[in-house]
Design a protein. Structure first.
Length: 59
């Protein structure tokens, strides 16, 4: 799930505003369900009983 657009997606914009926005995006991504890429379709699919990205990071 790529939510970075504009200056957020740039590697060389290190303004306080941009860094704060990246933190916000990261926190939102942690709350989303864990997904994996289906290699046959190329689409992401939720992992059954996978919890959230945050749960996965804690494991």
């Amino acid at each position: 799930d790529d939510e970075t657009v504009g200056t957020e997606s740039s590697n060389d914009v290190s303004s306080k505003e941009n860094l704060d926005k990246l933190v916000q995006i990261g926190e939102q991504l942690l709350k989303k369900p864990l997904v994996r890429v289906n290699l046959d379709t190329g689409l992401t699919e939720p992992v059954e009983n996978g919890g959230t990205n945050e749960d996965s990071v804690k494991k």
